[in-house]
Design a protein around this ligand. Structure first.
Ligand code: ADP
Ligand code: MG
Length: 729
């Protein structure tokens, strides 16, 4: 009987690319066609309603009931014109995916007919049956009620035949149960504090928004092979499997041409993304075989976060049409590069200025330096919280492994900007002499754009790097919702800017000139945050040692990294910035710990199952073949010849036996460790037990299985091998 693996592999070899063609070659003709954007709003809404909604988006003003009804009616007409039959409140619960519950527009009119109905209250608020979303004990199950509320700052869209309305998800007592609510609060606080600081430089600035450009890495595996691997199906990563002889060492994939089947898939993804207004710009191969990346043009952070969630959903849907499955996991294949979701971040003003982009005049460059140095200081002061914001069971495998940033948070800024900071650091405290000021302004601050022009040194090993006009947070995992890292980053920068403003104002009130005050405070920050800056190789062992000397934390696992969410310092910060209440922070912490332990629990069960039901029986079958052969040799050969020729096979039989018994013993011990861990009530202790006591068996079992993969007859092996999954097109 051929193995499932063999059948699957044959199927993949026969695949042909599925050609995809867009209605026209001009993207501008269909871009955003399925988004309720300004154009659609103008067409379907009265002027008054349009302006009122716009005010709500721009200034956060309240939307009246009457306007909501008008907006709903316009949205309905527009959505029906796009072929919608249903609508849904679309939100991002803490499970890391998106949630939707579809309701039909039609309603019976009580006289045997039906009408299409959708009014303001249906638009503004819904009550999904939310008892099964994680809530960390905020909602007792007997009052498991939460509601979704319209977020007018992210445009509604039509996906398939459903109108999707971006919403927040909160409990009846007002606590956030989703990823979006804290993000919106963080964006609001950073707007306020950054705007206040901008006033030092330009009175016309009255709004600052955070920008985000994500880069999404992922793997593609053929559907047939995917289905033949229970670990991929159930956990999204290969729990077992020997690395292929040829992996990524030749680095021929990154610059290689994209296979035709993949190109057709990408074209369809791009089309679907663009009609939904997701501005996908780049597509390419990544470093590992079978690994690819998509990136859009950056957008306002809230919209960008929604677009990323939507996009990941879309990737999966479209991949299936091309007989691919997407692996968004951070480390689907051990020994091969993992996947990240780089978050390119900056702040932009209503006057169109990127606050992290150096420009022509010394004055605006002082503004640049202000935001640049405050960001560094914020990351320095809250590195633990930033580390916590990217913690997940999947990312634990990636951080610090094969070409991924380490779990140590540090910042790379390049040698030229390092020099600028060094110069600023060396100025004397207090009032600056007029000569010194002129020199600083002209020769240091004024020259920044020129020196940055040839700033080609890019350090890809840093978790947080300045890349000319933005910071790139590279440690974010491919499967995570960027809301988490963006909430923390914007919040810590916001709080830092408040401190900065207080200090500068203090000096000004004490009689110092504004510029002097700014220089003085920045200089202190440069000193105080110096040890988070690192320009060298972040992958090496040397950095680990150096970081330890500097007192920087290196927290390699999720349960411990998450501690930072509930330290006194963090909770005070969450409360001060109004991003989260203590109850919310504690609940979130618990949810993340639970998610961690459940993921490890599932992996452990799947691993035990595959090892016991697939691998051991296969090894025994092959061992019997060897035993049979040896027995027959013994029958026909004299003792001397037999001893001479059977030795290697006998050794192999012993080796297989040893591995089998090791696997079975480890499997039993792992089950025992799980039982012990399950008894623990405390969420953190349970997660730590899963991390320290259960997880180590994964490597132990895998080691034996991967060795068996190398000796057992290839025809017997039940699971698709890495070389088949990674290189098949
Ligand atoms: P890389 O070489 O790392 O791929 P790119 O220049 O292609 O860098 O940009 C990567 C991402 O950074 C893109 O999504 C881009 O839109 C985004 N980006 C550029 N400028 C900004 C900015 N000011 N704020 C946020 N993201 C930005
Ligand atoms: Mg990048």
């Amino acid at each position: 009987m051929p193995t499932v693996r063999f059948i699957a592999y044959k199927e993949t070899l026969n695949r042909k690319p599925k050609h995809f063609s867009t209605p026209t070659v001009r993207v501008s003709e269909y871009y955003g066609s399925h988004v309720f954007n300004h154009k659609a709003m103008r067409e379907f809404m009265t002027k008054v309603a349009f302006e009122s909604i716009n005010d709500a988006i721009e200034k956060g003003t309240k939307i009246s009931r009457e306007i909501a009804d008008q907006a709903a009616s316009a949205m309905k007409s527009w959505a029906i014109s796009k072929g919608s039959t249903h609508y849904t409140h679309w939100f991002q619960p803490l499970t890391g995916t998106t949630a939707e519950k579809h309701d039909s527009f039609f309603e019976p009119d009580g006289e045997g007919s039906a009408i299409e109905k959708f009014n303001g209250s249906m638009l503004i608020q819904q009550e999904p049956d939310a008892s099964s979303f994680p809530n960390g004990g905020i909602r007792n199950t007997f009052e498991a009620r939460g509601y979704t509320a319209w977020d007018p700052t992210s445009p509604a869209f039509v996906m398939g035949t459903t109108l999707c309305i971006p919403t927040i998800f909160v409990s009846y007592t007002g606590e956030a149960l989703d990823n979006k609510t804290p993000l919106l609060r963080a964006l609001q606080t950073v707007d306020q504090s950054a705007t206040a600081v901008c006033k030092y430089f330009d009175k016309n600035i009255n709004k600052v928004h955070s920008t985000l450009g994500w880069e999404q890495e992922y793997f593609l595996v053929d559907t047939a092979l995917f289905n033949a691997r229970p670990d991929l199906v159930q956990t999204g990563r290969a729990l077992l499997g020997h690395a292929p002889a040829k992996g990524q060492q030749l680095e021929d994939h990154y610059f290689g041409s994209i296979p035709e089947r993949v190109i057709q898939f990408m074209r369809e993804v791009e089309y679907e993304a663009r009609i939904l207004g997701v501005p996908i710009k780049t597509r390419h191969n990544e470093v590992a075989p079978g690994q690819f990346e998509f990136a859009p043009v950056f957008e306002e952070a809230n919209v960008a976060v929604d677009h990323n969630s939507l996009f990941v959903d879309l990737l999966d849907k479209v991949a299936r049409r091309h007989d691919f499955r997407v692996l968004a996991h951070e480390k689907p294949f051990a020994g091969i590069n993992g996947s990240g979701k780089h978050n390119n971040w900056s702040l932009a003003t209503n006057t169109g200025v990127n606050l992290l982009s150096p420009s022509k005049t010394p004055k605006s460059n002082l503004m640049f330096l202000t935001f640049f140095i405050n960001t560094i200081k914020a990351v320095h002061d809250h590195a633990d919280l930033l580390r916590a914001s990217i913690a997940s069971a999947g990312n634990d495998h990636r951080l610090g492994a094969n070409e991924a940033p380490p779990a140590i948070i540090s910042i790379f800024i390049g040698s030229q900007l390092s020099q600028v900071l060094d110069e600023l650091e060396s100025i004397e405290s207090g009032k600056l002499s007029p000569e010194k000021k002129t020199e600083l302004k002209l020769n240091v601050v004024g020259k920044i754009p020129e020196i940055l022009l040839d700033n080609t040194d890019r350090n890809r090993t840093s978790p947080f790097a300045f890349t000319g006009n933005k910071f790139e947070f590279r440690a974010v995992g491919s499967a995570s919702n960027c809301a988490q890292s963006m909430t923390v980053l914007n919040m810590i920068v916001s709080d830092q800017l408040v401190q900065f403003k207080n200090q500068v104002d203090g000096l000004i009130n004490g009689g110092m000139k504004k510029d002097d005050a700014i220089f003085n405070v920045l200089k202190e920050y440069i000193k105080a945050s110096k040890n988070i800056r690192f320009e060298g190789d972040g992958y090496g062992e040397a950095w680990r040692k150096e970081a330890e000397k500097r007192g920087l934390a290196n927290v390699p696992d999720t349960p411990r990294a998450l501690d930072a969410y509930v330290t006194k310092k963090s909770i005070a910060l969450f409360e001060k910035t109004k991003v989260m209440s203590k109850v919310e922070a504690v609940a979130r912490h618990e949810i993340m710990l639970d998610e961690y332990f459940m993921k490890i629990q599932i992996e452990s069960r799947v691993l035990g199952d595959i090892a016991g039901n697939h691998i051991v029986p296969t090894a025994i079958r092959y061992q019997n073949l060897l035993l049979d052969n040896v027995q027959r040799l013994k029958n026909i050969l004299d003792d001397e010849t037999y001893n001479e020729v059977a030795k290697e096979q006998l050794d192999m039989i012993k080796m297989i036996s040893k591995r089998i018994s090791k696997i079975l013993a480890d499997k039993e011990s792992m089950i025992q460790a799980r039982r012990e861990a399950n008894k623990i009530e405390d969420a953190r202790k349970r997660a730590v037990a899963y991390c320290d006591k259960v997880r180590p068996y994964f490597d132990a079992i895998r080691y034996e299985v991967d060795k068996l993969e190398m000796v057992v007859d290839d025809e017997y092996w039940p699971l698709p091998k890495f070389r088949e999954m990674l290189f098949t097109r």
